[in-house]
Design a protein around this ligand. Structure first.
Ligand code: RUB
Length: 320
């Protein structure tokens, strides 16, 4: 896919969901590398870096995006010719896409094992891995029922209920503010993640933290489904995840907003659920308690505290 087209589709949310965004970016970098006609390796690298920067700027919160870019761009390392550099990028992009697809399947299997026959599950937003767990449990013959939220303002819940319906799963569609009213009917909450921080907090679609709060109050377990590339290495040294705030007209049409000069619409797209509200994070490497997030970042993403100090000096990111 052509890079500007991919960037536009991510910005406008035609391509959305952290995993899909990551795979689309890997594909765009690979296709761009293949189409580049330059005569010097330096220029090739520069072009690739500019393209990576453009894609990185599309949506700020999903950490899968910088992680995917980092993994694909690693294909440029130690290359001496343009041919080697192209081959390196293509190999790393294909490897990322393959492993991402495998991770989604693996998480479906692991996650389904935490769903019991007869469970009622609540999910918020539209996460392919969260739905993967639910659909796999249904496929295994477990009798389950789902509550799915509407997900204002972009209504990703409509995608979720269509997928659940197509899978033949009994589903209740509710407005976001009805979660508290139904939480006592729910056995397990399953959501996806845009980012997991080193201290096990989960950044996901706005409203997730409220869902988690209701679940905790009602003593309902909350499981997060997240591939390892959703974990955020730079939080090791205290960097915050930037929460994207989108245009107000996603919430209130411009023609109404124009009549309300004292009103400002605030439209953060994501929020942060603290680790205390999360019982389990299911990754393709297995399920972990949120407090073990550092181990995933160190062992599977290759960023332990020592690597950070080597890369940025002992002052860490702030000393960059
Ligand atoms: C999507 C969202 C999803 C995560 C995980 O937000 O918050 O829960 O991205 O999704 P948006 P997945 O619609 O704004 O992109 O499991 O598919 O990666």
């Amino acid at each position: 896919m052509i890079v500007p087209e991919t960037a536009d589709k991510i910005k406008s949310m035609e391509i959305r969901g952290a995993g899909r965004i990551a795979r689309a970016v890997a594909e765009a970098l690979r296709d761009h590398a293949l189409s580049l006609q330059v005569s010097a390796l330096d220029v090739f690298r520069q072009e690739m870096e500019q393209t990576a920067a453009l894609l990185l700027a599309t949506r700020p919160t999903a950490v899968s995006l910088p992680n995917a870019v980092h993994m694909v761009m690693a294909g440029l390392n130690h290359t001496k010719t343009i041919e080697e550099a192209k081959a390196g990028v293509v190999r790393c992009a294909d490897e990322f896409i393959r492993s991402s697809q495998h991770a989604v399947e693996q998480i479906g299997q692991f996650g389904a094992s935490h769903i019991r026959d007869g469970d009622t599950i609540l999910t918020h937003c539209n996460s392919e891995v969260a739905l993967g767990c639910i659909i796999e449990a249904h496929r295994q013959g477990k009798k389950i029922e789902v509550f799915a939220t509407e997900v204002r303002p972009r209504n990703q819940g409509l995608i979720t209920i269509r997928t659940l319906n197509d899978a033949g799963i009994k589903t209740n569609f509710i407005v976001d503010s009805a979660v508290r009213s139904f939480i006592n009917d729910v056995d397990l909450v399953i959501v996806g993640a845009d980012a997991v921080t080193v201290n096990g907090a989960v950044v996901n679609k706005i409203g997730t933290a409220q869902v988690a709060h209701s679940a905790r109050e009602a003593r309902v377990n909350l499981m997060v489904a997240a591939e390892t590339y959703k974990f955020a290495p730079r939080t090791i040294l205290g960097e915050f995840i930037r929460i994207e705030e989108r245009a107000g007209n996603e919430v209130l049409p411009d023609e109404i907003a124009r009549t309300l000069p004292y009103v400002t619409v605030r439209n953060p797209a994501f929020d942060v659920t603290p680790s205390e509200y999360i019982d389990l994070i299911v990754t393709e490497k297995g399920a972990i308690p949120p407090q073990m997030a550092y181990v995933i970042i160190r062992d599977y993403l290759g960023w332990g505290i020592d690597e950070f100090h080597l890369a940025f000096g002992s002052a860490g990111l702030n000393g960059e």
